[in-house]
Design a protein around this ligand. Sequence first.
Ligand code: NAD
Length: 291
Amino acid sequence: MTTTICVIGAGRMGSSLARTLLNAGRPTWVWNRTAARCAPLVALGAKTANALADAVQASELILINVIDHDASAALLRQEAVSSALSGRTVIQLTSGSARLAREEALWVEAQGARYLDGAIMATPDFIGRPEAALLYSGSLASFEAHRDILLTLGGRSAHVGDVPGQASALDTALLTQMWGGLFGALQGMAVADAEGLSLDVFRDQLSAFKPVVDAALYDTIDRTAARRFAGDAETLASLGAHHSAFTHLLEACEDQGLDQGLPREMARLFREGLSRNGPEADFASLAPLLR
Ligand code: NAD
């Protein structure tokens, strides 16, 4: 039997989700607070309703993608909508935290519906592409039941855990790594610029250095997973060696009057790590300081 899907929210992301489903020939209802935003999707074959409860009632799989969890809760917790949820599967694709996902799972299940939490690791233009990853956590059975539809939205989509908050936590964890790199790039550009280097040179040499950086990144993760914190023959660079190079960043910030907020925090972690584990430890030995 073909599953009828309801996409709640026709913003940039919701429209892309609905368009992808429609292009794949999936029967799709759409609903948006401002009905006009549904018009291009209706032109592609979507059905729509004035009342959200009617669109939910007509569907088996409910995908929600609105601006935030408050907006989502205000929509779902209307009496007519919450009573229409019974027997359906709700997939929350609005960005949120692990705590919000846990609370939502309890509430949705109390309405007699199944719940999966999702995190979209892509921009709207990537939806439907083989390389797009949407992460899901919560009921594995619900993921499996709708696997084909979920893989239509992103070829690298995956169920990452049985606990509802895990997809949102992984979203935050992956973005944290990205922000580390982006803030690092901002600081690096300031250092390069202060010594008269062009950002083109910075960009070119960053690209050449990137494989080395990536290798160190995965090595740190693997060593942390194995708790191999002591320096050994495979250590790429000891904590002491990292710190010796790091002091040049502090010096550059001081000499050139650059912002020192981020380097100071890194310096604090280096100090703590060196005093606990000594200069011969692996860089991964800093990991427990952040727990
Ligand atoms: P958008 O601003 O284009 O659309 C927002 C949607 O929320 C619209 O459908 C709007 O009608 C609805 N909305 C806003 N306030 C509402 C309210 N009070 N009641 C009911 N509906 C309301 O945003 P977007 O880019 O489509 O993002 C939607 C969600 O997807 C967000 O949670 C965002 O974090 C997440 N997300 C977006 C991207 C992206 O690249 N755009 C990537 C990953 C995740």
